[in-house]
Design a protein around this ligand. Sequence first.
Ligand code: ADP
Ligand code: MG
Length: 555
Amino acid sequence: MSDDSPTVRELDEATVERIAAGEVVTRPARAVAELVENALDAGAERVDVTVDGDGTDRIRVADDGHGMSRADAVSAVDPHTTSKIRAADDLRGATTLGFRGEALAAIADAGRLELVTNDGGAVGTRVTVADGEKIVDDAGRARGTTVVVTDLFGDRPARRESLASPAREFGRVSELVTAYALARPEVAFSLTHDGRETTSTPGTGTRDALVALYGRETGGESTAVTHRAGVDLAGREAALTVEGRLCYPSTTRATRDHVHVAVNGRPVRDDDLRRAVARGYGSLLPSGRDPVAVLRLDVPAWAVDPNVHPAKARVAIRGGDTVGDAVEAGVREALTTADLRRAGEVAMDLDSSLAPVEASESDFADATVLGVFRDLYVLCEAGDDLLVVDQHAAHERVNFERLRAALADEAVPAAALDPAETVTLDPPTAAAVEEHREELARLGFAVDPFGGTTYRVTQVPAPLGRVADAEALRGVATDLRESSGRGGADALRDDLLADLACHPSLKAGDALDRETATRLVERLGECERPYACPHGRPTVLSLEASTLADGFERH
Ligand code: ADP
Ligand code: MG
């Protein structure tokens, strides 16, 4: 017998009276709910539900939980027996899904019940209850429990009369399994109706469960929410966790039924919490529409009374408004970053579609300029791609390559500074100037010490008439310091040219007419390395038409 299988006891009368009154099993879906809750309470990782017809014919729930010893299995089907609470005081804050100790007995009363269970021993137990008679015998079964209910309401014609169509009754079972599967995404669920599996979740988390239940388009287009808050629940400090997944508002529903909320692992139909979720979506939702979302709330057990509804479909949370506010905040926060993340995904697509483009494939030649966006970006059509060219970065690249070609192996032309200017450097940079004076001269600088770490600059580089200013010394000397030993003079020269290329280049924000923009794109196409500015930033991003199609969900 395993240690983790708890002992089933009979509750005392006072506790029985405190338990919310009401018939437990009013329709097949209620029986399914109770059996699924028992499976989850038993720590199941798999729950398989099978329903025939409207459920009155046959319901079967099998789990791989901790099972029951023979003695417990025999008493579990008696009224008011439970392993989950001992006294009325345990009712508030019960952490198990079941706690009333009446489900199995009520089901056995309303139909024919067969329970096969094994808590890890060599032989399992079968308990059959029919017409108030209990039969117990051996049964082969792996650890876990299977409950089969047949002929539900067989002797209660009024109950049978009150049932809706089989499709509708099965619909309720299906909604219920969906709710538990989303409340417990780490548990694998399956639902089979008349021999056909209609639903199954892999037990590998909320996203997979959502995809399994709602399809890839809805479930996959979702973002995670995790929100922790310390809240004041009716005067007592409580740690609250909100987690789950929010489907993008590109999918909405006409009802709030697809906002799945669970509190401490129990699915609840709580309209206040559902509304709080919708409020968190805010104006992202078209009016009159509700989202598809899964939210699991964890609050301390003392703050929750699960015993306020006969079907346990609602719970009472102390300080419920505060909880609603936290849910709303968590949802809003997650969606704000989700929008960024979605944009980020597109941006990554940009990067990746950019990365493999080699200079040789460069075909700005057949790019047609469509226009200029915000005086920053030139938009071009090139085959199936939309190219976005950063006009400033593109111009830097063009200037840089022109400068470098013009200067080839020559020393950088210089211009005298008259009057000379002084530049004060920090000590390490000053030391670099002293050390690399020769290189500085080749780069076009002439500097004299002027006391301390101050230098008089009498000559500056002036390639192609682009005169650097004295302050450029600071940048070049810093580069010299940082690159001492590496890169060498060529790299430095390139850096200097890059800086110079930058100065007279078009600034982002300069208005370009279409003709200039076209020329810029052509020149960029002629560059050796057109895809990065001399400082290494990208000059062009390309967006494939298919990325747009994905983004707009044109599948
Ligand atoms: P409750 O769930 O409120 O305790 P039930 O009538 O549903 O009452 O179940 C009675 C007891 O039977 C439970 O407390 C539990 O110990 C045991 N039990 C029922 N179903 C299972 C199961 N699937 N696996 C293990 N134990 C179970
Ligand atoms: Mg139960």
